[in-house]
Write a protein that binds this ligand. Structure first.
Ligand code: SF4
Ligand code: SF4
Length: 450
């Protein structure tokens, strides 16, 4: 073997190993289409390099040098980190959100009651829209498209358990204050949260725009939000990909309800721990929020809010559930800045918008909404679909390229998307080729089939 043949041999070996790895990963992820395409492209590319290596006479002179060089140059062009920090203005909403305007609050309004009249007298435009979802069976209700008596009742049971947790979000504060070191206690809370099952955790100062203006759910409905804490701890819990991939089937809602519970459990424990040390703390869990969790999580450096309106983390995309703890305990805040490459990717991608069965996600450019340039989903359309399907859908989460598993293969793609604008464009096409432009809904995995 001459020295000039070494790059060719390296290219042949790298492509072979990479494609074998891609096939194995795809099979493990139950992505048969991706496995088949990886196998075919592996055979073609590696095969080409090996033929070139063993039978150079079949090609023009110099091919054995030129092709591997083209290959390495291509890898370099697409994966070389050339965009370390995207410059986006740091924008914050000008006004607080009234929680009574969110769909979960609106669906709790019963026609004929004083609450119902009071709300729709002020928001007559919303009554018409809401009467559309009210004509459908409703979330986790019999008669809906994906009704499954076991899975629906199992999801309801998780929500029952969350209901029990709500009694623990707040509580008495120990009067014997434990003096703690800011850095040490922050480190402990973060490590403990991970031990309890969190996958991302970050800390930010609590800002006014993080808080709802008025409570929209539970016994305090209609009361102004009073929360004088200085810090917010945001944490996420990963949702099982195999179950999310079944969206919008009931198995998806089984998983979301479970992870609402899991994230709530962790937040409640952290809040209780802080109160035991002698500092105020409140957990914000499903159905009992005083803060807008995705906004807090974004500012705590956990990710960015994408086209589908959900927080997208670097490792799991939107395949997470969030909970927050607010407190007066001095904590070391994360100076980690917002991950804007996700916004850039969303601009090109639009996969969630093309796939959304409720037609609720915009394909247009971002718009300025209350001082922030962003996308906004049509929450009425989304919730109407939920009320018809009976599940919380999640199709947008399932198809999002950021939702792929957290492993070397997908993290290599995430690296390219983050740092290389050229690769971002290629990644959108590759995701369509490997997983489908409109990925098919997966069937319920064996572990939850009965
Ligand atoms: S599917 Fe694409 S456009 Fe939608 S949130 Fe994910 S990355 Fe953004
Ligand atoms: S949850 Fe379903 S209906 Fe709602 S935005 Fe996502 S894909 Fe559309």
């Amino acid at each position: 073997m001459s020295i000039s043949e070494i790059p060719l041999l390296i290219a042949a070996i790298i492509t072979t190993l990479f494609y074998i790895y891609a096939v194995i990963i795809s099979l493990l992820e139950n992505e048969k289409r991706a496995a088949l395409i990886s196998a075919l492209s592996g055979i073609i590319l590696s095969g080409f390099f090996f033929v070139l290596y063993y039978y150079p006479e079949l090609f023009f002179q110099g091919a054995a040098t030129i092709f591997p060089l083209v290959f390495f140059a291509g890898v370099l062009v697409f994966l070389f980190p050339i965009q370390w920090r995207l410059k986006y203005p740091y924008q914050t909403p000008k006004h607080k959100i009234d929680e009574r305007d969110i769909m979960f609050s609106r669906r709790s309004l019963i026609a004929g009651t004083a609450k119902y009249k009071e709300y729709y007298n002020k928001h007559s435009d919303k009554e018409k829209l809401d009467n559309i979802f009210r004509k459908n069976p409703g979330l986790l209700e019999k008669g809906s498209t994906y009704y499954d008596r076991f899975l629906f009742n199992a999801a309801k049971s998780s929500f029952d358990a969350i209901g029990a947790l709500r009694g623990l979000v707040n509580g008495p504060v120990n009067q014997n204050v434990e003096k703690v070191d800011q850095v040490e206690i922050t480190r402990f809370i973060k490590k403990w949260a991970v031990k309890l099952g969190a996958c991302n955790i970050g800390i930010t100062e609590l800002k006014d725009y993080h808080k709802y203006s008025v409570v929209g759910r539970g016994a305090d409905y209609g009361k102004p939000v009073e929360l004088n804490h200085r810090y917010a701890i945001a944490l996420t819990v990963e949702m099982d990909k195999t179950l999310i991939d079944t969206a919008p089937l009931a198995s998806e809602t089984l998983e979301t309800s479970h992870k609402y519970l899991k994230s709530g459990e962790i937040a409640v424990q952290i809040a209780s721990f802080i109160r035991r040390l002698g500092y105020e703390a409140r957990a914000h869990i499903d159905g009992d929020y005083r803060v807008v969790c995705p906004l807090v999580a974004r500012d705590a450096g956990l990710g960015d809010i994408g086209r589908m309106g959900l927080l997208m983390t670097a490792g799991q995309g939107a395949r997470v559930r969030i909970a927050v703890v607010t407190t007066n305990l001095d904590l070391d805040i994360d100076r980690n800045k917002i991950e804007h490459s996700m916004t850039e990717f969303c601009r090109i991608c639009k996969k969630c918008a093309s796939t959304c069965p409720g037609n609720a996600i915009s394909k247009n450019e971002m718009q300025e909404i209350d001082g922030v340039t962003r996308w906004q989903i049509n929450q009425e359309k989304c919730f109407t679909y939920w009320s018809r399907s009976g599940t919380d859908c999640g199709r947008c989460i399932a198809v999002c390229p950021y939702s792929h598993s957290d492993n070397f293969f997908h993290n290599l793609v995430r690296f390219g998307i983050k740092y290389n604008p050229l690769f971002r464009r290629v990644a959108v096409i590759m995701d369509d080729v490997f997983y489908g432009k409109k990925p098919k809904m997966k069937s319920i995995p064996l572990k939850m089939k009965y």
